[in-house]
Design a binder for this molecule. Structure first.
Ligand code: MG
Length: 258
């Protein structure tokens, strides 16, 4: 099932998207908290503006260096035995097509195409074998990073958490094998990342377990599962599109702050 959050100019609605990614059947409320009930209204993806499918209730948890080839390209010689985590504020989230705005004090920005996991219920101290029970679904993320701030700041609050630096979308897919997904990132149409989630060092179940032992997870929290190799610079005027075939595409233009 694919669940989109969208607007036709007024308050956001939720709807079920068909397999072709074309038609939307409106539902009555937020499916994370209410049973899914169709209103009978239908529209098409072309006629609406898709919004970030979830605004994380309390946090986005990012995972660093979760693909060996990416860890190597970032110069890591030793890999941590446990997943390395960082937090992104929910004010960084934007939706499909929304511009990523590069602040004037940032000189080097990178894209990171990633599979994102959306938590469906309040949980704590989850064991890996129980992790599937707390997953609501999956979407695509671009874990946009200010590399210059990442090097100089000592912690990553600004590097990862700037306004607009966490595009999510285009919708939530609830049925997915998270450990067998191709992740392809294009920069102005040219493939720059071509990986598979099968290459994650720590799988989705382990990431949820590890995160839930540090933090209570709430419905709507999002875990970014790390990026494959091929990260690189993006500048204003360019567009980054991340494709996970079983979900769809997340595409965002990059612009300079005015
Ligand atoms: Mg990342």
């Amino acid at each position: 099932m694919r669940i989109a959050r969208y607007t036709t100019g007024d308050d956001p609605h939720f709807g079920l998207v068909d397999g072709a990614g074309e038609k939307i059947a409106e539902i009555t409320g937020d499916p994370m908290y209410m049973p899914i009930e169709l209103t009978g209204q239908t529209t098409t993806v072309d006629e609406v503006r898709l919004l970030a499918p979830v605004i994380p209730r309390s946090k986005i948890i990012g995972i660093r260096a979760n693909y060996l080839d990416h860890a190597r390209e970032m110069g890591h010689t030793e890999l941590p035995e446990e997943p390395g985590m960082f937090l992104i504020p929910n004010t960084a989230v934007v939706g499909p097509g929304d511009p990523v705005v590069i602040p004037s004090f940032v000189t080097e920005v990178s894209y990171e195409g990633e599979l994102a996991v959306i938590i469906g219920r309040l949980c704590k101290d989850i064991e890996p074998e129980d992790a599937a029970k707390v997953i609501f679904g999956y979407t695509i993320a671009n874990d946009v990073t200010a590399r210059d701030l990442q090097r100089t700041d000592g912690q990553w609050a600004r590097a990862k958490g700037l306004d607009t630096f966490c595009p999510l979308g285009p919708w939530i897919e609830t049925e997915l094998n998270p450990m067998d997904q191709s992740i392809v990132t294009r920069l102005d149409g040219e493939v720059v990342q071509d990986g598979t989630s099968a290459d994650m060092i720590h799988g989705v179940s382990q990431l949820i377990s590890h995160a839930s032992k540090a933090f209570t997870l709430l419905p709507g929290d999002v875990i970014l599962t790390g990026t494959p190799a091929g990260v690189g610079p993006v500048v204003a005027g360019q567009r980054v599109t991340v494709e996970i075939a079983d979900i769809g595409e997340l595409s965002n233009p990059f612009v300079d702050a005015e």
